[in-house]
Design a protein around this ligand. Structure first.
Ligand code: PEP
Ligand code: MN
Length: 293
């Protein structure tokens, strides 16, 4: 028997497209995520020093990024690794926003930290390891800030949508889905980049979808190719790790692009973005406008 997508994902009705809602556009400062422009979020895995963060912020802004990423609270696989600068990191991110005008996305790991992180960040990142932490999702949703929800590394698409549904249920419509690679039998790369999930999510959900090629690949030389695949699959933007000296990074240096590599990757996306027909989106936006009126 053939099921419709509505039937297949019946447990998460509000994240699915319907007649009234074809595309959610998440407003962040003057940026529209899920709108007609492709939004790049770039920056270091972790905020380390003022110098590191400011240099990166200025560079990625010149290269076309609209959002600065940087972890202040870090979910590290080892308890002996650098855990992030905490509030000092948040203050540096806010200073970088003042200096560059970039919006800030940073992870919140605990429900107790939500008010603090929401004071500094424009977008709260829910990490892969936290995707099923429902009390964190509820607290983050209620902060009113847009959420960047990363797919759990062992989450199915249905599990992922379930977490998004919980945020919507808690009164926050501004959810950005992020595919960052999943665990499969293949351990050649850090994770398996699920480009098909991007295409599927764009097909069935009205929520914006962005791709994180950095955590999917785990190796910087693969990041630009995965970014181009994400564009072709219909992603609304990218979350990518960039560091002035990746070899000296305090976390995720292997997968971080240096400045020249970031510029090269951005330039390489242009022909793929040009191939995406604006007509693909226009009906959706027109309908959304109708719904808003
Ligand atoms: C990150 O964005 O630096 C991060 C920790 O990502 P993830 O939660 O996808 O592992
Ligand atoms: Mn990282």
């Amino acid at each position: 028997m053939r099921h419709t997508w509505q039937e297949r994902f019946a447990e998460t009705p509000d994240v699915l497209k319907n007649e009234r809602r074809k595309q959610t556009v998440v407003p962040v400062l003057d940026i529209a995520i899920g709108g007609s422009s492709f939004v790049t979020m770039a920056g270091p895995c972790s905020v380390e020093t003022e110098r590191q963060l400011m240099a990166t912020a200025h560079h990625v802004r010149r290269g076309g990024a609209r959002v600065l990423r940087g972890g202040a609270f870090k979910p590290r696989s080892s308890p002996y690794s650098f855990q992030g600068l905490g509030i000092e990191g948040l203050k540096l991110l806010a200073a970088a926003r003042r200096e560059t005008g970039l919006a800030i996305v940073t992870e919140v790991m605990s429900e107790h930290d939500v008010p603090l992180v929401a004071e500094y960040a424009d977008i709260l990142q829910i990490g892969s390891r936290s995707m099923e932490n429902y009390s964190l999702l509820e607290a983050a949703a209620r902060s009113g800030r847009p959420l960047l929800l990363k797919r759990g590394m062992v989450a199915t698409v249905a599990d992922f949508l379930q977490s998004a549904q919980i945020v919507l249920d808690n009164g926050n419509p501004n959810v950005i889905l992020c595919e960052r690679g999943i665990r499969t039998f293949d351990n050649a790369l850090r994770n398996t980049f699920d480009a098909a999930a991007i295409a599927l999510l764009k097909h069935i959900s009205h929520l914006p979808v962005i791709a994180d090629p950095s955590h999917a690949a785990g190796h910087r030389e693969l990041v630009p190719a995965l970014a181009r695949i994400a564009v072709a699959a219909g992603a609304d933007g990218l979350l990518v790790e960039v560091h002035p000296h990746p070899d000296k990074a305090w976390s995720d240096g292997e997968q971080s692009l240096d400045f020249a590599e970031f510029d090269e990757m951005m330039a390489s996306l242009d022909p793929y973005l040009a191939l995406r027909s604006p007509a693909f989106r226009e009906p959706a936006n027109a309908l959304l406008m109708e719904a808003v009126k």
